[in-house]
Design a protein around this ligand. Structure first.
Ligand code: CP
Ligand code: NVA
Length: 324
């Protein structure tokens, strides 16, 4: 195996503007920053495929606190730090004095003295807001009930790979107006993507997120009929009907979402070259069928892989060394 020392990224890092502080919402990024992260993720993906050694985060540490389970977010952040020469610590509230009542604000200020960034997956978005307000190091949202910004960055990398562009793509969201949908709405507003949202009545995205997106110039169309909603779609995106923490609503949700399954029949109403996204984990037979996930339109595992490249780009942007 040949290892090559990377030279590719240096110009990107040299051009880096003042580092952003936190990534709690995708709307914390400007259009320029978001496109820069996507571009960096694509370059880092290519470097990994060519076995290029990248130690841009040598001597840097990331703490990760998970109030909820995770496969992709946890492993991709941990591997991203290792690949970049840094170190990640995976923590649960039970591992920490948080479980014995130590306040968030004390935990945030203490961790700020040890590590260079903290990634949190929280049940309540207010927790990460509070943590960030006391943290003197960058805080990254690894999913909250309100948003999943890191996911959407990987999704945009995937759309760019398959569609060759991010402007003038038509994305249709089918299903629950949840945390992932909220971040997609705000990302679409930042980039000017045409987004159609198809949700059952009562499960639309948060009103204030939609208002914020319109204020940012979003081009959103709400179409409750999923077959009409996917007519112009070159990308269909769905997610679970029952997000983490909503398990008690399971029976009611299964009933109310039954017309919103992404199946072969639904994708037959979209363009021939439509791609299907799912942030995973998927519940086959509920929001998506097994034949669609395993079928030729599905890019869900490329999308999952892109979490790794996107996390690296996010980390470099937030805690990469200043070369100026
Ligand atoms: N998509 C996503 O965030 O997956 P995990 O819950 O496995 O991290
Ligand atoms: N909407 C889902 C996303 C999981 C990655 C949830 O919050 O459970």
């Amino acid at each position: 195996m040949v290892f090559i020392k990377s030279k590719i990224l240096l110009p990107t890092l040299l051009n880096r503007q003042k580092a952003m502080m936190h990534l709690l919402s995708i709307s914390d990024l400007t259009k320029e920053e978001l496109l820069e992260i996507i571009d960096l993720a694509v370059k880092l993906k290519s470097e990994r495929y060519r076995n290029v050694v990248t130690d841009y985060l040598k001597n840097k540490s990331l703490a990760m606190i998970f109030e909820l389970p995770s496969t992709r977010t946890r492993v991709s952040f941990e591997v991203a730090m290792a690949d970049l020469g840094g170190h990640a610590l995976c923590l649960t509230p039970e591992d920490l004095q948080l479980s014995r009542g130590e306040p968030i604000k004390d935990t945030a200020r203490t961790l700020s003295r040890y590590v260079h960034a903290v990634m949190l997956r929280v049940k309540d978005h207010a927790t990460i807001e509070e943590f960030a307000s006391y943290s003197s190091i960058p805080v990254i949202n690894g999913l909250s009930n309100l948003e999943h910004p890191c996911q959407i960055i990987a999704d945009l990398v995937t759309v760019q790979e398959y569609k060759g562009k991010l402007d003038s793509v038509n994305i249709t969201w089918v299903g629950d107006g949840n945390n992932v949908c909220n971040s997609l709405i705000l990302a679409s507003a930042i980039l000017g993507i045409d987004l159609v949202i198809s949700c059952p009545q009562g499960y639309e995205p948060d009103e204030f997120v939609v208002k914020k997106a319109y204020d940012m110039g979003a081009k959103l169309v709400f179409e409750s009929n999923p077959q009409k909603a996917v007519e112009d779609a070159d990308t269909i995106y769905t997610d679970v009907w029952i997000s983490m923490g909503m398990e008690s609503e399971r029976d009611e949700r299964l009933k109310n979402f039954s017309d919103y399954q992404v199946n072969e029949k639904l994708i037959s109403f979209a363009r021939d070259d439509v791609i299907v996204l799912h942030c995973l984990p998927a519940h086959r037979g509920e929001e998506i069928t097994d034949d669609v996930i395993e079928g030729t339109s599905s890019v869900v595992f490329e999308q999952a892989e892109n979490r790794l490249h996107a996390q690296k780009a996010i980390l470099l942007k937030m805690i990469g060394y200043e070369y100026e």
